[in-house]
Design a protein around this ligand. Sequence first.
Ligand SMILES: [Zn+2]
Length: 92
Amino acid sequence: MWKHPATHTRQLSNATGTPMILLIDWVRAGKFPSTYNQLDYPCESCQSSIYAGRLCHSCLGTFRTAALDIQTRIPRRTVAGLFSIAGRAKSY
Ligand SMILES: [Zn+2]
């Protein structure tokens, strides 16, 4: 298997008789050299084939948007809360 760095995970599984799930575990754990950049594994969200990270590009986009949404919402609320406390403190 080490002779074919451009192999895909499924081909590697067929060639070595190693279950896909085990290979995917190994790929995720980084047990293959980075030269094996064709080893794909399912996105943790939508199961489409990816080669890096934990999510495919479209899911990453969705998650990034959601994360940004949360990031922009929480500080605003905190700032508003601080202002209302400050305003109350002044009136005393
Ligand atoms: Zn995905």
